[in-house]
Structures are given as C-alpha cells and as structure tokens.
Design a protein around this ligand. Structure first.
Ligand SMILES: [Ca+2]
Length: 110
C-alpha cells in the first residue's frame, strides 16, 4: 500500500518536477491533515524536511516512499481504501498552472 499512497501524493505534483512544499501541503490537506493550525503546518514542514533527504526542496516518489511516517501512510491508505481518488478539477491549482503555462502560451499566441 506504500506505493498506492505515494502515487496518490505524486498526483499533486502538478508541474511534474517533484513535490515542492506547497504541493506537498496541498496533498496532505486533500487527505484532511490540515486543520489550519500552526502546529499542523509545522508538522507538515517537519515531514517534508525529513523526506527531502537530498535537500533540493522537492520530493520524489522514492523520497516519499522512504521517508513518510507510518501514521501518514496509514491515514492516506485508509482514505484510498474508502474510495478517495485524485480529481484534477478539485485539486489542480489554476494559479500555479497559469504561472507554468503563461509564458509559452503567450508566445504561442503572439
Ligand atoms: Ca528531494
């Protein structure tokens, strides 16, 4: 089930270069980890730092698989077993997509 949980988290890597901390936070929010408290944000930061073993600010599937705490894994696994599925319409981030797509699109149109 580790692979399934990792795969679900990697769905949030919307720009395809590894999960950065914003995407990681969004991913965990989708699994209802965030109660919008400072403590929870600190926890997410700590997990991120722990997983990011090469310290490049992005998590690969491999880093996630190796570094995710069991408590997080089991929570995600339970959600997946209950039918949670990644829905781009809900979880995609238009603002980020616009940042990534903006320049090339503008060039294509001009
Ligand atoms: Ca990394």
């Amino acid at each position: 089930m580790k692979e399934a949980a990792t795969k679900a988290l990697m769905c949030f890597d919307t720009d395809g270069n590894g999960l950065d901390q914003t995407e990681f936070t969004e991913a965990l929010q989708a699994f209802r980890f965030n109660r919008d408290s400072k403590k929870m944000r600190d926890t997410i930061s700590n997990i991120f730092a722990k997983c990011d073993v090469d310290g490049n600010g992005r998590l690969t599937a491999k880093e996630l698989t190796a570094g995710l705490p069991t408590s997080v894994l089991s929570r995600i696994t339970k959600k997946l077993e209950a039918g949670w599925a990644f829905d781009p319409a809900v979880w995609a981030t238009p603002s980020k997509a616009a940042t990534v797509m903006g320049n090339s699109e503008a060039e294509a149109l001009s």
